[in-house]
Design a protein around this ligand. Structure first.
Ligand code: GLN
Length: 497
């Protein structure tokens, strides 16, 4: 399968037509997405027009851009003008935004061709896509297992070869965890590195948009395209975008790599190791660290004590922000309306019918955490843990350039296997700390664990440390064992051809 870099290079040079590239990907989607269900919407006509425009630009001697003719899938919480943007919720099932998200504009301006909108846990709340109102996405490595979440559709689309690139959003791990479970690369950039304008808000102080790709070079290329200041997002950082591709070939000899003790089953100075992280996953992380040492990096262990409280803090702050963000779905402004005898009944009936159980649970938890009398005990305390996390990371980064941990505590699990919320929330143990701190983090495939399923290693870096993070990720990729290709088979019977 061609990478995004290879496709763009060929299309720009006139050696391949964007329309031919698109045809191949659309026929793969046609053949297999009935089984995988990566997409909520396939935008074939839109894509054909966009690919034809790329070819016309090449014919006219113009450069369509660094992603010329590269098919891309967008998570269905990214606004696309005139194309349904559902958040996999009944609430927005029929809603089409009147504008494109800034990242959608940037990808299009770079020559990328949107092939569709991908499935997610409703409003990005979940770690398996089982919370989608439109049915789950299946993992291309084993159709009886989850692809992770909440950006499970984007990860599955790339792993299944439906598009070389996808974008997702990461609030507590929703890019990195599905990337890990689907054997691909996923990046959560520094908070503010990428504009969130046109991303449907979940928890605004955590939400970031980032790329999925089959290799580190494609992820770096895409990160460069979507990064940068945007006047439409007041949290975006007004600094220049580095040449991320240049970071890939740098050596790791001068770099210090810290393996986070609390997340690798070896215990820290205060509080010890978190349980629930599977041994097969930890073993791959240790092997990854050894590979970096063999490549010349200085590798040590480091304790980041506050990561043990991350989950608890996140599951107070994120629902609190969500309860506020989701107040806008009141039957008046967006999407669904169920009429009632008066406004307040209309509002109640709309929200009862429009939101799924997990979303309702988060709204109730968040409202409770913010309520008078409980604010200090819950929300205030969680914010203090957030400060502690920042402090502990700062201390770790005084001694190390990057940190290593598992991305997900386990490989892809079976549908229904983590049905109680606490078990599901524990999927996010290793990813949440970087959302609390706002620092960049990414997942790189590194071998397989139980049942020969992919394992991802998480590389974390200090704020705006994407280049160093990519240097280490590229070194890991060079050392990683070759993953078997996904066979798109497994327990679930095919829905017919
Ligand atoms: N799994 C986490 C949650 O359910 C993270 C989701 C996300 O990053 N969007 O909140």
């Amino acid at each position: 399968m061609s990478t995004a870099n290879a496709i763009a290079q060929d299309v720009r040079a006139g050696n391949r037509r964007a329309t031919d590239v698109l045809k191949a990907f659309l026929s793969r989607i046609e053949a297999h997405d009935g089984d995988v269900h990566a997409f909520n919407t396939v935008t074939a006509d839109h894509a054909r027009a966009a690919a034809a425009a790329v070819d016309a630009a090449v014919d006219a001697g113009r450069d369509p851009g660094p992603l010329a003719g590269v098919p891309v899938a967008f998570k269905d919480n990214l606004c696309t003008r005139g194309v349904a943007t559902t958040c996999s919720s009944r609430m927005l099932e029929t809603w089409s935004p009147p504008y494109d998200a800034t990242v959608v504009q940037a990808m299009t301006a770079a020559g990328a061709v949107m092939v569709g909108k991908t499935n997610l846990d409703e409003f990005a709340m979940g770690s398996s896509t089982e919370n989608s109102a439109f049915g789950p996405t299946r993992n291309p490595y084993d159709l009886s297992r989850v692809p992770g979440g909440s950006s499970g559709g984007s990860a599955a689309a790339v792993a299944a070869g439906f598009a070389p690139l996808a974008l997702g959003s990461d609030t507590g791990g929703s890019i990195r965890q599905p990337a890990s479970l689907c054997g691909i690369v996923g990046i959560k950039p520094t908070y503010g590195r990428v504009s969130r304008y046109g991303l449907v808000a979940f928890a605004s102080s955590f939400d970031q948009i980032g790329p999925f790709a089959t290799d580190v070079a494609d992820a770096a290329l895409t990160l460069g395209v979507i990064s940068g200041h945007d006047r439409a997002d007041s949290t975006s950082i007004p600094i220049a975008v580095p040449d991320y591709a240049a970071a890939l070939s740098r050596g790791v000899e001068d770099l210090r790599v810290g393996v986070v003790s609390e997340l690798t089953g070896t215990g820290g100075s205060a509080g010890g190791a978190l349980d629930g992280i599977d041994a097969d996953v930890t073993e791959r992380v240790i092997e990854a660290a050894d590979a970096l040492a063999a490549a010349g990096a200085t590798v040590g262990r480091v304790s980041v004590p506050a990561v043990t409280y991350g989950l608890t803090a996140y599951y107070l702050i994120a629902p609190a922000e969500a309860s506020s963000n989701l107040a806008r779905y009141d039957g008046t402004r967006y999407g669904l309306r169920i009429d009632g005898a008066d406004v307040s009944e209309m509002n109640r009936l709309t929200r009862r019918a429009g939101f799924g159980d997990e979303v309702k649970a988060r709204i109730m938890l968040g409202t409770f955490a913010l309520s008078a009398g409980y604010y200090d005990a819950y929300y205030g305390k969680a914010q203090r843990v957030r400060m502690l996390t920042r402090r502990d990371f700062d201390a770790a980064y005084a001694d190390f350039d990057v940190l290593l941990s598992p991305t997900s505590p386990c490989v892809a699990f079976r549908f229904g296997e983590r049905s109680d919320p606490m078990t599901m929330y524990r999927c996010d143990t290793c990813t949440i700390p970087s959302n609390l701190s706002g620092d960049p983090a990414m997942s790189v495939p590194f071998g397989t664990g139980a049942e020969d399923l992919p394992v991802g290693v998480q590389v974390m870096a200090p704020a705006l440390g994407e280049e160093t993070m990519l240097t280490v990720a590229a070194a890991l990729e060079r050392a990683a064992p070759q993953l078997p290709a996904p066979q798109l088979t497994g327990g679930t019977p095919s829905r017919g051809t």
